[in-house]
Design a binder for this molecule. Structure first.
Ligand code: ADP
Ligand code: MG
Length: 592
């Protein structure tokens, strides 16, 4: 095998063949399956199982978006499924409405309910979200059972209609399979879209996602609303398929079944969702012969689910795809030949950053106390001080991770004091973290693409994926890691992970780059490389505010230094003068 087969060029990655051509096999396979579903003569029993599996799988796809991609729990998927089912059920019977209108209405209601639930709760973290979705599920169940005037209560709704072109069960099944194939395709490709990348970033590291310019809250709401929408769609199709629905089909227990399906098959991919759904519907059918022995059936069913999840924590598909990845190492990439251009935007203000009387208190602790910093355009400005003197806290307040107790932050003429992190990033901020915060389930390239997607990065046109990828590769090449763009973060050394973080920030073409101890944890040769890198960044005129302990590096690289001690600014000015300042010497050495 020639080596070129294992090396991808920038053009291969940035401008792949159109999706429809690359994925022609998927569409051909899907068309064959739809044709089979329409033409094979299934008996009623098989037909019911297939109908259930198809409509359930669409709802489980929703969980693969909200939980698999975005890392948010939803324990009310059966309730959203119910929205769709009742809209079609009641709409086509009591209200004599057109099936399509009802299906559309059910999806819209589920979407709206999901978005509203998300709006009210997604600012809360993990456990709270679980509790709120359970409560929502219980409320919907109570309404289905008790609001008899609306839902017909425990009796359920029967004689539910179908569209006239899909009147036979076989034709309706084929229609559901076609919907499944389309939704599956969209969910499968969501991770490679801007929204999908944002969801994965939020799942991997919420703080870093916000600082990279992603609106974390909005991304979570989108994920939640899409999940609810797919729940409603699955439910609407389900109601038409079975012509009868009742509240027990949409209970909390069913939400758990949906969740188990998704975890069992592999929550990260719609293929996993489909496998999990099929298995959880089929296993009870296979074990039917055991039903004569009470309890045994449930025990074996439960045990098999537990065993699969115990030994395949990422689900069946997660396990398979991991094995596949191990067999096929990622392709090397030909480093980018285009230089990385840093063209920071400018308002003309001589100071890129003006921090005045900034304070951050944690209870009684004044971590940052009335600090002023002014950073000249195009300069390297160092922020130094002993451990615990408030340097990281200052950076966290500057980037919006902490709310300032008092004071003001002006970034290139814009008052950003009260902005959330993603808006400050849009206004021109880029940063790295003292404790590295990369998106660990993604490749180096994907991490840097998220950086390049910074809203406010004027170098890249909206939706220009090729330019985005080229810029990300140029940034990775700039820090010396271009050829390893396709590798996962976990395969990089600590020092290289720092470089990827810097590349992620540079790719967004920030106006001001904040670096929090970039040399920490590096060995001496890596430190020298970092030093060279900083020189190359500064040479392009990018303004840098850097926290560092290495006095040689600081004195060589920085023109200005601000010194903190116990949260207070004790010195500020031109580098050499500050380093000789008696207060600074005593803060570092403990004597004057
Ligand atoms: P530096 O980066 O200069 O080493 P930090 O800014 O991390 O110092 O910390 C400054 C002080 O603020 C320390 O005393 C630290 O314990 C405290 N601190 C930092 N973050 C928090 C927090 N989230 N809650 C409470 N105290 C904090
Ligand atoms: Mg620190």
């Amino acid at each position: 095998m020639s080596t070129t087969e294992n090396i991808q060029s920038v053009a291969d990655i940035a401008r792949p063949k159109p999706l429809l051509i690359r994925h022609a096999p998927y569409f051909i396979a899907a068309a064959i399956v739809v044709f089979l579903a329409a033409s094979m003569r299934f008996d009623g029993y098989i037909l019911n199982i297939l109908m259930q599996a198809t409509t359930f799988a669409i709802a489980v796809f929703g969980l693969s978006v909200v939980l698999g991609l975005c890392g948010q729990i939803n324990l009310a998927q059966a309730a959203f499924f119910g929205f769709g089912a009742y809209a079609v059920g009641l709409g086509t019977t009591d209200y004599q409405l057109n099936y399509w209108l009802c299906l559309f209405g059910g999806c819209a209601m589920a979407l709206a309910a999901g978005a509203l639930l998300g709006l009210s709760t997604l600012r809360l973290g993990g456990h709270y979200l679980a509790m709120v979705t359970i409560s929502f599920q219980q409320i919907i169940t109570l309404i289905m059972i008790n609001a008899i005037w609306l839902t017909k209560g425990p009796d359920g709704v029967s004689k539910i209609g179908r569209p006239s072109i899909f009147m036979s069960s076989q034709a309706y099944l084929a229609f559901c399979v076609a919907v499944l194939a389309i939704v599956g395709y969209l969910v499968w490709h969501l991770p490679d879209t801007r929204l999908g990348r944002a969801m994965r970033a939020v799942r991997d590291n919420e703080l870093a996602a916000g600082v990279a310019g992603i609106d974390v809250f909005r991304t979570k709401i989108y994920a939640f609303a899409i999940c609810a929408l797919l729940g409603g769609l699955g439910g609407g199709l389900f109601a038409g398929g079975f012509a009868y629905i009742s509240p027990d089909q949409f209970s909390f227990a069913e939400s758990i079944v949906f969740l188990t399906m998704s975890l069992l098959g592999g929550v990260a991919s719609p293929i996993g969702s489909a496998i999990g759904t099929g298995l959880l519907i089929l296993i009870p059918e296979w074990l039917r012969f055991l039903k004569s022995v009470p309890g045994l059936y449930l025990a074996i069913y439960g045990l098999s689910v537990i065993l699969i999840i115990r030994f395949m924590p990422d689900g069946i598909w997660g396990w398979v795809s991991m094995a596949y990845d191990r067999l096929r190492p990622p392709k090397k990439v030909m480093p980018s030949t285009a230089p990385l251009v840093l063209k920071p935007a400018a308002t003309g203000d001589e100071m890129v950053l003006r921090v005045s009387s900034l304070s951050k208190h944690f209870g009684g602790l004044k971590a940052v106390d009335e600090v002023d910093i002014a950073v000249h355009r195009g300069s390297v400005h160092a922020l130094i001080g002993p451990n615990g003197s408030g340097k990281t806290t200052t950076l966290n307040v500057l980037s919006g991770l902490y709310e300032a107790t008092s004071g003001k932050v002006m970034l290139d003429g814009t008052d950003v004091t009260t902005m959330p992190p993603h808006l400050r990033t849009a206004a021109g901020l880029g940063r790295t973290f003292q404790n590295i915060r990369l998106f660990r389930s993604m490749t180096a390239l994907e991490n840097v693409i998220i950086g390049a997607e910074r809203p406010g990065n004027t170098l890249i046109g909206k939706g220009d994926h090729a330019a985005l990828t080229e810029r990300a590769l140029a940034a990775l090449t700039f820090v010396g890691l271009g050829s390893r763009a396709n590798e996962l973060i976990s395969s990089f050394s600590y020092g290289h992970q720092r470089l990827i973080e810097i590349a992620r920030a540079l790719a967004g073409n920030p106006t001001l780059l904040l670096l929090d101890e970039p040399a920490a944890g590096l060995n001496s040769s890596e430190k020298i490389e970092l030093h060279e890198l900083l020189k190359r960044i500064a040479a392009q005129g990018l303004t840098i505010l850097i926290i560092d302990h290495d006095m040689t590096l600081v004195s060589e690289a920085a023109q200005h230094i601000t010194v903190l001690n116990f949260g207070r600014r004790i010195a500020d000015g031109e580098s050499m003068a500050v380093l000789r300042h008696p207060d600074v010497v005593s803060a570092y050495l403990g004597t004057a």
